[in-house]
Design a protein around this ligand. Structure first.
Ligand code: URA
Length: 213
């Protein structure tokens, strides 16, 4: 697994405002959107393209366009939805599939409660959107799911990651025959005993959409 922590002053600046408990939901949503676009720029560095002939007003040339099959963007519900627009701004012709995953707040185990994805993802590059790489359980389950459907290259975009989650994810992915990259805006200090990232930003879903019980 490759890990890429995006080191850029604008990313750090936006992330600082995002973390601040005084930041309200509308601002939190807007900043998430902006941050994801910056992360997506790094995350799509190896998106597959193919040669494409065009004619400019001055003459013919060969450029590139996104290769087929098109990349698949997979937000993990609920909080990953807040990252979707920021991602699609960079990849407007990508397809979108949905994975609903929830973690049991006592055992911290992840389970799938909804999915809307093609049965066959063979040859597809997948971009998973999940704001918090905390224990790594949700992301590991999502990556396994996509791999079982045939995805051959998976990149996860996370706003924040915890060292325990990254180590756990690496353990879960051992032996899995698919390249996995994690792109994140920061590697935080640790997890607390409730599985929250410290210093983190709190519950990403609640901060994006308000508390739903
Ligand atoms: N999920 C969140 O929303 N926040 C955390 O800190 C960990 C998991």
């Amino acid at each position: 697994m490759r890990l890429h922590v995006v080191d850029h002053p604008l990313v750090s600046h936006k992330l600082t405002v995002l973390r601040d408990e005084r930041t309200d939901s509308p601002t939190f949503r807007r900043l998430t959107d902006e941050l994801v676009t910056l992360l997506a720029y790094e995350a799509t560095r190896e998106v597959r393209v193919e040669a494409h002939d065009i004619v400019t007003p001055v003459g013919p040339t060969t450029g590139v366009r996104l290769a087929s099959p098109k990349p698949m963007v997979v937000p993990i519900l609920r909080a990953g939805l807040g990252m979707l627009d920021g991602m699609m701004r960079l990849l407007p012709t990508a397809e979108v599939g949905f994975l609903g995953m929830v973690r049991n707040e006592e055992t911290l185990a992840a389970s799938t409660y909804a999915e809307r994805l093609p049965e066959d993802l063979s040859g597809r590059q997948c971009y998973v959107l999940d704001p918090m790489l905390a224990t790594g359980g949700t992301l590991a389950a999502a990556i396994r799911f996509l791999h079982q459907r045939g995805a051959d290259d998976i990149t996860a975009i996370c706003l924040l990651a915890a060292p325990e989650g990254v180590a756990n994810l690496e353990r879960h992915l051992e032996g899995l025959e698919v390249p996995v990259t994690v792109v994140t805006a920061a590697m935080d200090e640790k997890l607390n005993d409730k599985g929250y990232i410290v210093p983190g930003l709190g519950d990403a879903g609640d901060r994006l959409y308000g508390v739903a019980h």
